[in-house]
Write a protein that binds this ligand. Structure first.
Ligand SMILES: Cc1cc2nc3c(=O)[nH]c(=O)nc-3n(C[C@H](O)[C@H](O)[C@H](O)COP(=O)(O)OP(=O)(O)OC[C@H]3O[C@@H](n4cnc5c(N)ncnc54)[C@H](O)[C@@H]3O)c2cc1C
Length: 506
C-alpha cells in the first residue's frame, strides 16, 4: 500500500487549499516544500526591525476571501485562528456571475461547456458575441470608451498591473473589470497579524485531518511507472509513494525540464512546456518608519490601503512598454501598500510600515529610460537593486513630506531575490508566467497542454502558472481537488440511475 493517497509538491496557497480539501475528505495527504517555510508567495516576517510584521510577498486577500476555497473552508479556518480585517465594502453587479464563472471553472471540461451554454442561454447569440468580444478588449479601450475622466482612467489603469498585464494588452480590459469588481465587492481584506496566518490555519486544517506538511523537501523527480505517476523522489534520494495522485505546484519549465524524464511525455509537449514564457519582473521594497506617513494634499491618502503613484493611463502604458523593451522605467507605477490602515498589529504603536511593489521591470536590464543609472551587465546585483530603490524612495518623498526623516530601515527584494526565494517566481515574475492571451484562459499554462491534467495518469499541475492563474484565490488547487474527489464515472452513472429509479418509485 502506498504511503500516501496524494503527494502535493510545493506549499503555495493552491497546494494548501488542495491538501485541505483532500485531507478533509479522508485522503492521506503529504505537502512537500523545498524552502524552510510553508506558504510560497505568502510569508510574513519581521524583515526590517523587531515588531514590524511585513508581508514579504503577497499582502492583499480579496481573491482568497472572494474565492471558492474560502467559501467552503472559511469557517474551519476561522476555528483555527484565522481572522480577516477589512475596509468598507460596497457591492456592484454587472454580468458578475458570468465573469467569476469564467474564473472559477475548468474551461476544458464539461463544466466549461456548461458555462458556455449558460452564457448562450442568458445572453443569446449577439449578447454572447459581445461578451466574448469584451473578454479580449484592452484596458485602454474599455477605460476610454466607458469613462470620460482621465482621473478615472488613472485610478483604474494601475490595477491591471496586478493581473500581470499592461493597459494595452489583449484581455486587460476584462481583467481590469474583474479586479475592480473584486475590490468593490470584497474590499481589501487582510488577515490579522499577517498573510502567514492563512498558511498557519490551512496547515493546521490539513494536519488535523491526518495530513503532513513538511519543509526542506526538494522534489527532483516525479516517479512514473507504466504511464502513471506513483510518487516522487527527493534530492536526498528518498522516495515517497502516492496511491492516487501527485499534484505539482510548479511552473511548466520545472515540470517538463526537471521533474519529468524526457521519455515520460511526448516530445512536443515536453518542449512546449520548457518554452513557457515568463512576464515582467518585480521588485518589493519594505519600509519600517518611525511615524505614520503624512501624505501631501489629501489626508484620506493616509487612510487608504493601496495608493498608486502614477501619472495616469499613459504613464502606466509607457512604464510597461519600457520594461518590456528591457529598460528601467523613467517613471514607474509605484504601488504603495499601507497594511496599518487595516491592521494596527503589524507595527509598534505610532510607527509606520509600507509595502511597496514595482511591477514594471525587465529581467535582463538593457538600460535606464531615465538615462541616470549605470545598468552594468544587466543583472540584478545589489548595486542596481539599491540605486533603483533610491529612485523610488525619492519619488515617495515628493508625496510624503515626513518620509525621508522617518525611515528606520529599508529592505529591497530585486527580481533576482524573488527568484531565489521561490523557484516558481522564475525571472522575478510574481505571477509565475506571462498572462499574454496565448498563455491565458483556455490556453493556460500553454496551448499544447491546457488545464491541469498532464500526459501522465495521476499527475496534475496546479499553481499560478495554470488556470485561473496567479493570485490568492486558490482556484487551481480547488479545481483539482474537486476533480479528484469526484466519484469515478461508473459510480456516478450508477448513482444517477438509482436516484432516477427512486424518483420513479416515489
Ligand atoms: C511579491 C508578490 C506580491 C503579490 N501580491 C499579491 C497580493 O497582494 N494579492 C494576491 O492575490 N496575489 C498576490 N501575488 C500573487 C500570489 O501571491 C501568487 O500568485 C500565489 O501566492 C501563488 O501561489 P501558488 O499556489 O501558485 O504557489 P507559490 O506561492 O508560488 O508556491 C509554490 C511553492 O512550491 C515550492 N516548490 C516549487 N517546486 C518545488 C519542488 N520541486 N519541491 C518542493 N517544493 C517546490 C516553492 O518553493 C514554493 O514555496 C503576489 C505575488 C508576489 C510574488
Amino acid at each position: 500500500m502506498a504511503d500516501h493517497d496524494a503527494i502535493i509538491v510545493g506549499s503555495g496557497v493552491n497546494s494548501l487549499a488542495c491538501g485541505a480539501f483532500l485531507a478533509r475528505a479522508g485522503w492521506r495527504v503529504a505537502v512537500l516544500e523545498r524552502e524552510s517555510e510553508l506558504g510560497g508567495a505568502v510569508r510574513t516576517a519581521e524583515l526590517t526591525e523587531p515588531g514590524f510584521h511585513h508581508d514579504v510577498f503577497s499582502a492583499w486577500h480579496p481573491l482568497w476571501v472572494g474565492g471558492p476555497a474560502h467559501a467552503e473552508l472559511g469557517d474551519a479556518l476561522a476555528e483555527r485562528g484565522l481572522e480577516y480585517l477589512n475596509t468598507e465594502h460596497p457591492t456592484v453587479a454587472a454580468q458578475a456571475e458570468l465573469v467569476f464563472g469564467v474564473l472559477g471553472t475548468e474551461l476544458w471540461s464539461r463544466a466549461g461547456l456548461n458555462l458556455g451554454v449558460k452564457a448562450y442561454r442568458r445572453l443569446g447569440r449577439r449578447g454572447l458575441a459581445e461578451f466574448s468580444g469584451e473578454l479580449v478588449q484592452s484596458s485602454r479601450d474599455w477605460l476610454t470608451t466607458t469613462f470620460r475622466s482621465e482621473r478615472t482612467h488613472g485610478l483604474l489603469a494601475p490595477w491591471v498591473l496586478h493581473t500581470g498585464l499592461g493597459p494595452d494588452a489583449a484581455a486587460s480590459g476584462f481583467m481590469t473589470r474583474v479586479i475592480a469588481f473584486a475590490i468593490e465587492a470584497g474590499g481589501m481584506p487582510i488577515p490579522r497579524g499577517g498573510g502567514a496566518r492563512l498558511v498557519d490555519a490551512l496547515t493546521r486544517l490539513i494536519e488535523d485531518h491526518g495530513g503532513t506538511c513538511r519543509t526542506g523537501q526538494d522534489v527532483e523527480r516525479v516517479v512514473v511507472s507504466g504511464g502513471r505517476a506513483t510518487g516522487v523522489r527527493l534530492t536526498d534520494g528518498n522516495v515517497l509513494n502516492a496511491g492516487r495522485a501527485v499534484v505539482c505546484n510548479v511552473t511548466p519549465t520545472q515540470l517538463y525540464g526537471r521533474l519529468l524524464e524526457p521519455g515520460d511525455v511526448p516530445a512536443e509537449i515536453g518542449e512546449a512546456g520548457k518554452r513557457f514564457r515568463f512576464g515582467r519582473s518585480e521588485m518589493q521594497i519594505h519600509f519600517a518608519l518611525s511615524e505614520l506617513p503624512r501624505w501631501d494634499g489629501d489626508d484620506r491618502l493616509g487612510r487608504t490601503a493601496i495608493v498608486h503613484l502614477t501619472s495616469g493611463l499613459d504613464g502606466v502604458s509607457r512604464a510597461v512598454n519600457e520594461a518590456e523593451r528591457g529598460l528601467l522605467p523613467a517613471e514607474a507605477t509605484v504601488v504603495v501598500g499601507q497594511p496599518l490602515t487595516i491592521d494596527d498589529t503589524r507595527a509598534p504603536a505610532g510607527k509606520g510600515l509600507l509595502w511597496i511593489q514595482l511591477q514594471e521591470l525587465p529581467w535582463h536590464v538593457r538600460g535606464d529610460a531615465a538615462g541616470e543609472l549605470d545598468t552594468g551587465d544587466g543583472t540584478w546585483n545589489e548595486s542596481l537593486r539599491e540605486r533603483y530603490a533610491d529612485r523610488i524612495q525619492a519619488r515617495l518623498a515628493r508625496h510624503i513630506p515626513n518620509f525621508e526623516a522617518s525611515v528606520l530601515k529599508r529592505v529591497v527584494l530585486s527580481p533576482a531575490d524573488l527568484q531565489a526565494a521561490n523557484i516558481n517566481l522564475e525571472q522575478g515574475d510574481p505571477y509565475s508566467g506571462s498572462l499574454a492571451l496565448d498563455q491565458n484562459f483556455l490556453w493556460r499554462p500553454f496551448p499544447r497542454q491546457p488545464g491541469h491534467s498532464t500526459p501522465i495518469d495521476g499527475l496534475f499541475q496546479i499553481g499560478a502558472s495554470t488556470w485561473p492563474g496567479p493570485g490568492l484565490g486558490a482556484g487551481s488547487g480547488t479545481l483539482v481537488a474537486k476533480a479528484l474527489l469526484q466519484p469515478p464515472v461508473a459510480e456516478r452513472i450508477a448513482g444517477r440511475i438509482s436516484s432516477f429509479l427512486r424518483l420513479r418509485q416515489a
